[in-house]
Ligand binder design. Structure first.
Ligand SMILES: Nc1ncnc2c1ncn2[C@@H]1O[C@H](COP(=O)(O)OP(=O)(O)OP(=O)(O)O)[C@@H](O)[C@H]1O
Ligand SMILES: [Mg+2]
Length: 661
């Protein structure tokens, strides 16, 4: 019912309806006024018409209807049925008042209409503003919630009071969980202090905003890199109100950065390794070249020395042999002989370093050799030194010169002893080792690694770099010749192995000797019979070919003394002419000679002239020559310096062998 009434009022309130209604009412009331006698209450009628016109909200209609009603009100009295005479003036006045009243009413209505219009305009404006506001609020909310970065508003203590979806996704917390926390609670502990300091300075107004890369501690405990940009929002008074923070996820960037860093570090490490490897290779090459050069020099000197010593020893031997045992000069000759023999031993060591000594390799069980070496070693070290032997199981066999091996081990033990003046421990160990790839000093293969370790003084890098050099020693004059390790080095290299040393001052020394494995079986231990007397068993002619006059002379005199006929030649071509002319039973020749033909070539040539001619070659060094000789039957080698007795025995042995064939 009420709603119908409101509907009706609304319809009537429409300007056109109100205008039509006002016109209709005016016509109706005017008709009534003009037809009825003048007592009708025109005031109410016309007031209703004006009110209806006023409802239309049209000022023009209002005033038009007010004018018409005023005119009609006064005209109705004159033109309509006449009232009683005594009422005329009253009605006349009454109708004038009605007209005035209508005008006042219209003025009031116009005023109201005006106010109503302004009110409505204000309402309209407010409604429009409200609509705009809610639109922009919705936009802000959508932007806040759907932003690709996290956004958080927090009070000055750091407690969140608004957070967006993205921040929830980044941290793993729900919105409610975040609103119950402070930024300090979700920041990685190590980063809290720095964040707090920046926040304090921001609130204090030191800067308008700050950026910080930090880690969040997510709900699941994992850490996450973010970049936070914070700014403070202030009230109109300038007081800080709250902090707004924009949070960007930079974990992917950090991951890439870390990966880049890792790759860079790896690259740097590889480059360093490669540089170190090259440096090491260069150093070992340099060391190898140096050792080779020293080896050649040493070998050359030792070779020439051997020739000299051959003469000296041979002649001294003969002098001593000719003297009566009680002759005092014989003692002198023997002393000189001993000195020369010491010289020969020195030359031997030099040759050994130069890898030019004549080795007599045998297939050996290393543990047997070490067993006897340690017995010798025990005698050389004092009681303050503990000596132990550690042998690996099933040691492989090696083909090396046993005497040289023993002397190498002894040298190493003595070095260790000298480095431990106040006692210590020496450990001699041997174990099998397979070298997988070629190295600067070893080819890949199986080796027995023999090591002598001590707990002594160790060596500085400078000493370590020079230990293999012949005559390098740090010992007092007379205490060391500096040939020990040179000999070990030469022996190992000549045997197909290598030596390596690890040492540092105060940390002791380990010397490792690599000896190549052999699969050959050890030869039966044949006792060599004592050398037979060198005296010639039957007349025989020996052709001696030697460029060194003294050596040639010594050999000739010795052999003549033993009863041989001797022919001499200074070089190979001269020897060939002797061979063509004379009958020779044995050719004794030096290997290295001037004249364009070596001892080996001479031997071949002699064999073509007299097949099956026994040939005895003498040499100061004999590495490659060993193999060349091994391929030729009836050729033997005699190492310089030799004693006349040795030469005689060898010649006799070869001649009787040739006669027996
Ligand atoms: N085990 C070790 N501990 C400390 N230093 C050592 C050791 N072995 C060798 N050295 C150093 O190397 C130098 C050379 O050694 P090497 O054996 O060649 O000669 P040497 O012992 O001085 O004399 P030689 O052995 O000829 O009597 C030694 O003087 C010493 O300074
Ligand atoms: Mg030594």
């Amino acid at each position: 019912m009420l709603s119908r009434l409101r509907q009706a009022i609304e319809i009537v309130s429409r300007p056109r309806v109100a205008a039509v209604l006002a016109a209709a009412m005016t016509i109706f009331f005017a008709a009534a006024d003009f037809t009825a006698p003048g007592e009708i209450n025109v005031a109410i009628f016309y007031a209703l018409s004006v009110a209806a016109a006023g409802w239309s909200r049209s000022r023009r209609l209002l005033w038009l209807m007010t004018g018409i009603c005023c005119v009609l009100s006064i005209a109705g009295l004159a033109l309509g049925p006449q009232p009683r005479a005594e009422l005329v003036s009253y009605l006349y006045i009454n109708r004038t008042f009605v007209a005035f009243g209508l005008v006042i009413m219209a003025a009031i209505m116009e005023q109201r209409m005006h106010m109503l219009g302004r009110l409505e305009a204000a309402r309209d404006l407010e409604a429009r503003q409200n609509a705009l506001l809610s639109d922009s609020e919705a936009q802000v909310r959508a932007t806040f919630d759907q932003a690709a970065v996290g956004i958080a508003l927090s009070d000055l203590t750091g407690r969140f009071f608004q957070v967006n979806e993205r921040l929830c996704a980044i941290t793993g917390y729900s919105r409610d969980e975040l609103l119950a926390r402070r930024y300090q609670d979700i920041t990685y502990p190590d980063d809290v202090e720095r964040n707090r300091q920046l926040n304090e300075r921001l609130i204090a107004g030191e800067f308008p905003h700050f950026r910080l890369e930090k880690r969040y501690l997510r709900r699941d405990g994992s850490t996450y890199w973010i970049n936070v940009t914070s700014a403070v929002v202030r009230r109109a008074s300038g007081e800080p109100d709250y902090v707004i923070a924009v949070i960007e996820d930079i974990s992917e960037r950090k991951r890439v950065e870390a990966e880049l860093h890792r790759v860079n570090a790896e690259l740097e490490r590889r480059v360093e390794l490669e540089v170190a490897r090259r440096l090491e290779a260069e150093q070992s090459l340099h060391q190898a070249q140096k050792m080779e050069a020293i080896g050649q020099l040493t070998g050359g000197v030792a070779h020439d020395f051997n020739n000299i010593l051959t003469t000296v020893i041979g002649n001294l031997d003969r002098i001593a042999g000719r003297m009566a045992p009680e002759d005092p000069s014989r003692r002198l000759a023997e002393a000189a002989l001993r000195g020369a023999e010491n010289g020969a031993r020195l030359t031997e060591q030099l040759l050994s370093f130069a890898r030019r000594q004549r080795l007599q390799p045998e297939v050996l069980d290393i543990d047997h050799v070490l067993g006897s070496a340690i017995a010798l070693a025990r005698r050389t070290v004092s009681e303050t030194i503990e000596l132990s032997l550690e042998l690996g199981a099933d040691l492989w066999r090696c083909c090396v010169d046993p005497a040289q091996l023993q002397s190498a081990v002894l040298n190493l033990v003595i070095n260790a002893r000298d480095a431990m003046r106040d006692g210590g421990r020496i450990t001699i160990a041997a174990r099998n080792e397979t070298v997988a790839g070629n190295t600067s000093d070893l080819v890949a293969g199986d080796y027995v690694r023999l090591s002598v370790a001590d707990t002594g003084s160790g060596m500085t890098p400078e000493v370590l770099a020079r230990v293999f050099e012949p005559f390098f020693t740090t010992k007092q004059v007379g205490e060391g010749s500096g040939l020990g390790l040179s000999m070990v080095y030469g022996f190992a290299r000549q045997s197909g192995g290598a030596v390596r040393i690890e040492s540092a001052p105060g940390r002791g020394t380990v010397v490792q000797l690599y000896l190549p494995r052999t699969t050959m079986l050890p030869a039966r231990n044949e006792r060599t019979s004592p050398p037979p007397m060198p005296r010639a068993e039957r007349p025989a002619t020996v052709l001696i070919v030697e460029d060194e006059e003294d050596v040639r002379q010594l050999a000739a005199e010795s052999l003549e003394e033993f009863g041989y006929r001797v022919l001499l030649a200074e070089n190979a071509p001269a020897a060939v002419s002797v061979l063509e002319r004379d009958t020779v039973d044995l050719l004794l020749s030096d290997i290295v000679m001037p004249g364009g033909m070596s001892g080996l070539e001479l031997a071949d040539r002699a064999r073509r002239l007299h097949c099956a001619l026994p040939v005895l070659l003498t040499t100061g060094y004999a590495e490659a020559i060993d193999h060349a000789v091994a391929r030729r039957p009836s050729i033997e080698l005699l190492r310089k310096p030799f004693r006349p007795r040795e030469l005689g025995a060898k010649v006799q042995q070869m001649l009787s062998a040739a006669a027996g064939q």
